[in-house]
Design a protein around this ligand. Structure first.
Ligand code: OAD
Length: 245
């Protein structure tokens, strides 16, 4: 199975990467679902929704401060470096990610589509146009206010109850419909419309290489090669940075 995956990656002319929270697990970020998933401990409706932000902004901001602090000092693991290497080798390798931690870019990758936004910046909830990097200074007094118009600031993340950024999601579906290979890493494939992206690739004839220690919503099929390993362990091998032993 691993040899087939290596060969498919080598031969692919239009590969695309699609990642979720499990991609960052070995860098120390927690996933949302599963045994130690964040949504086992916290309520997404309260902490990660647009209505929660409007009704209790300090509660929502405290949660993001906690997540940002968890993310401080987090560095991309060997699996990220493997994807950066593959991108440089292929010339073109778009990365579609559900993650908001910015690790693909930190690992030096370009052509990154952050379909759920980014935890690294914030902007005015009333859309006056103000936008800023999320620094620890801004997080001192919560909730933070817009210095231009006085409204509350929001993290630039897609919150529950909001639509995904339309241009980015359309571009992602275009890439899915045109790719010959999609490498799907560390996602439970449960949150729509993001979850539709690998299905669109499959329906249009692409092969999927899935990297996830557990079974997901993706079908068992000849077109889905499921490698039940951790991203940081297997990606260096798949892209040829490490020899198979
Ligand atoms: P989930 O938490 O739903 O799934 C993470 C997946 O990563 C699980 O299937 C794990 O088995 C797998 N995993 C864990 N460790 C891994 C490792 N080392 N290598 C590879 N895979 C590993 O996360 P997502 O699918 O990303 O939405 O969740 C999708 C969305 O749900 C998130 O973007 C977020 C959340 O609510 C928003 O914030 C809008």
């Amino acid at each position: 199975m691993i040899n087939r995956a290596i060969e498919l990656i080598r031969k692919s002319t239009r590969p695309v990467i699609f990642t979720g929270a499990g991609m960052s697990r070995e860098s120390g970020m927690r996933t949302f679902r599963g045994e130690d998933g964040l949504w086992k401990q916290y309520s997404p409706e309260q902490l990660s929704s647009i209505s929660g932000l409007r009704s209790a902004p300090e509660v929502v901001w405290n949660w993001y401060r906690m997540r940002l602090m968890t993310g401080e000092g987090v560095v991309p693991h060997a699996g990220y470096k493997a994807l950066t290497y593959l991108q440089s080798k292929k010339g073109k390798l778009p990365v579609i990610t559900q993650n908001v931690d910015g690790l693909h870019r930190l690992a030096g990758q370009t052509d990154v589509l952050e379909i759920h936004g980014s935890m690294r910046t914030a902007s005015c909830l009333d859309e006056c146009g103000f936008s800023t990097e999320l620094t620890s200074g801004i997080l001192k007094n919560l909730p933070p206010f817009c210095p231009d118009c006085g409204a509350i600031l929001r993290p630039d993340i897609v919150l529950f109850g909001e639509l995904l950024p339309q241009k980015i999601i359309s571009k992602s579906y275009e890439l899915a419909e045109d790719c010959d290979l999609m490498i799907v890493i560390g996602t439970s494939v449960q949150v729509w419309p993001a979850a539709g992206i690998p299905f669109a690739a499959l329906e249009n004839g692409a092969v999927i290489i899935e990297i996830n220690p557990v079974q997901t919503e993706l079908p068992r099929s000849d077109h889905v090669i499921s490698i039940r390993r951790k991203a940081g362990e297997i990606l260096p091998l798949l892209v040829g940075l490490e020899e198979k032993t």
